[in-house]
Ligand binder design. Structure first.
Ligand SMILES: C[S@@+](CC[C@H](N)C(=O)[O-])C[C@H]1O[C@@H](n2cnc3c(N)ncnc32)[C@H](O)[C@@H]1O
Length: 337
């Protein structure tokens, strides 16, 4: 790269939030939903969103330069494939993810320098409570969080199903299963498998209709509780899945969850963590930035293979294999000794 290209790339990264905040503004105003029946003029969109037409035009012109919305005739905008994903309630919708990133996460990321000095949890410092407690006190944001997990992690489900055979199990407990979309997809893929969706009570209450819609409610028990409570995790299944759970927590809390899981399982039972395993070296790997979000938001961390092996040994599991997928995430399989 030439010196000018180096400087240009750096400038683009420095100003990266211009893009994310512009996308957030359009998502917050619900512009993509307003365009679902076809293109509309800026004046119509401004009237519907109570915004200034000239300012809204400049927002949409900027986003159209990224391929999000398209100006089809002067001052009339329509959807593009990326803009379609900013609609609510469409398959693959990323609207909740944008809302979460543009609100709580954006505010909390502003504390990064302070937190590097203090080692405190930035979310709690900013919003007054640890994230999962705060979400239980703020149901609207709780629902946005549940949906945002599909926005950020939803595409991993197909990759995991392609890489890992769950048909070897009789019953799979999805610990911290969130909105239920993952256990629903696994049960649809494996018609003889039984499932359990386990999460905090308010999360399971919101997820229940999704299992009915997916046609798997008769094969999926609902279990409400905390994975930090001794005896809280449903006992006796032959496999326990946790996707993006352990990365939310520091080593002490992760060990507490893994030990509670261990206590719930029969000898020989399988623990399946679905997480990214950070490779050594300087190469690009998106999870290295997700790791900073884990540091700031729940107070957790992304880990290397060695770090997972150490946690497994300390909790009484043998790490039997790490199954790669076509995405950055892997299935880290362990067996209860
Ligand atoms: C990062 S989300 C992952 C959700 C889901 N596994 C997925 O991959 O989309 C973490 C999940 O852990 C759940 N959780 C947090 N604290 C919990 C606790 N003490 N007991 C059970 N679940 C908890 C949250 O409600 C949330 O659904």
């Amino acid at each position: 790269m030439s010196d000018a290209q180096v400087a240009g790339s750096l400038t683009q990264m420095i100003c990266g939030y211009w893009h994310s905040q512009a996308i957030y503004a359009a998502a917050k105003l619900g512009i993509a939903d307003l365009l679902k029946n076809g293109p509309r003029t800026v004046d119509e969109l401004a009237a519907a969103t109570e915004t200034k037409p000239d300012f809204l035009f400049r927002l949409l012109r900027a986003l159209a330069s990224l391929g999000i919305f398209a100006e089809q005739t002067p001052r009339t905008f329509g959807l593009t494939p990326m803009a379609e994903l900013l609609q609510s309630n469409v398959p693959g919708s990323q609207r909740s993810l944008v809302l979460m990133m543009g609100e709580e996460h954006y505010t909390v990321w502003g504390k990064l320098v302070e937190i590097l000095h203090t080692g405190d949890n930035a979310f709690e410092k900013t919003l007054g409570a640890p994230i999962f407690e705060w979400l239980s006190q703020h149901p609207e944001q709780g629902q946005i969080f549940d949906e945002a997990m599909t926005g950020i992690h939803g595409r991993e489900t197909a990759a995991v199903l392609a890489a890992y055979d769950f048909s070897q199990y009789k019953q799979l407990v999805d610990v911290g299963g969130g909105n239920g979309s993952k256990i629903a997809a696994i049960l649809q893929h494996h018609p003889s498998l039984q499932g359990v969706l386990f999460d905090l009570p308010h999360v399971v209450d919101r997820a229940a209709p999704r299992l009915i819609e997916a046609g798997v409610a008769d094969r999926c028990e609902l279990a409400r509780g905390s994975f930090f409570e001794a005896g809280g995790i449903p006992a006796g299944a032959d496999a326990y899945l946790m996707r993006h759970i352990i990365h939310d927590w520091d080593d002490d809390k992760s060990l507490a969850i893994l030990r509670n899981c261990h206590a719930a399982m029969p000898i020989g039972g399988k623990l399946l963590l679905v997480e990214s395993v950070i490779p050594p070296g300087n190469g690009p790997f998106a999870t290295k930035f997700l790791d900073l979000t884990m540091m700031l938001i729940p107070g957790g961390k992304e880990r290397s293979a060695l770090e997972y092996r150490t946690l497994y040994e300390q909790a009484g599991f043998e790490l039997t294999r790490i199954v790669a997928t076509t995405t950055e995430i892997s299935v880290i399989e362990g067996t209860k000794r």
